[in-house]
Design a protein around this ligand. Structure first.
Ligand SMILES: CC(C)(COP(=O)(O)OP(=O)(O)OC[C@H]1O[C@@H](n2cnc3c(N)ncnc32)[C@H](O)[C@@H]1OP(=O)(O)O)[C@@H](O)C(=O)NCCC(=O)NCCS
Length: 169
């Protein structure tokens, strides 16, 4: 039974292991291994404190997936913008976990006043693009040969989901 919930301090090591597994696939994410555990700990504790949306899918023993939406905080003109990232462990893909994570994260983002959710996805990652399209994301641009892996270059797509502003603006 998979539960979807906000990350907790006790999830940090398991979350770090999940991120590391997917980074090491060298097919989907922008890192080839997870950042050091202590850096991840600091990141997660900061997110818990700031109430940043950082959901995990948990199977009762370990984190098997995540979806986070971080606010863009470095410029005052972006208070409505969030950046999305997610992943599900290889052996559990295709079982609706990504869908559950994404629906819950988008619901929370909209409730928290974010009206623009953006992300970057590799050109070859058709599974993720299909998932994003299903939940209202549109293509916004293409970065040609913007990613370099040991064995290949890849294009990246910028995708965005825009919610109506509750004020009607
Ligand atoms: C992308 C990812 C998060 C999707 O999670 P998932 O749990 O495997 O996906 P789900 O089972 O919830 O499927 C959701 C939708 O994704 C799409 N999808 C899933 N598996 C697919 C496949 N093999 N081929 C094409 N589309 C697929 C479908 O649209 C599916 O909806 P449907 O079942 O109603 O048709 C997961 O595959 C993953 O972790 N990939 C590696 C990391 C990654 O790509 N992260 C995102 C970087 S931008």
């Amino acid at each position: 039974m998979i539960s979807i919930r906000q990350i907790q301090e006790s999830d940090i090591e398991s979350y770090h292991a999940a991120v590391d597994t997917i980074c090491r696939e060298q097919r989907y994410l922008a890192l080839f291994e997870a950042p050091p555990l202590e850096e991840t700990r600091k990141f997660v504790l900061g997110n818990i404190k700031d109430e940043t949306i950082q959901l995990v899918a948990h199977d009762g023993e370990r984190v098997v997936g995540w979806c986070d939406i971080s606010r863009v905080t470095h410029r005052p003109i972006y208070p409505h913008v969030g950046t999305l990232g997610m992943g599900v462990l290889p052996d559990l893909r295709g079982k609706n976990i990504g869908k559950m994570l994404l629906i819950e994260a988008l619901t929370r983002a909209s409730e928290s006043g974010l009206t623009r959710i953006e992300l970057v996805v590799l050109g070859s990652n058709e599974t993720a693009q299909a998932l994003y399209k299903k939940y209202g994301f549109e293509y916004e641009g293409k970065k040609v040969k913007s990613a370099k892996f040991p064995d290949r270059y890849e294009d990246e797509y910028l995708m965005v989901r825009v919610f109506d502003d509750p004020s009607g603006e």
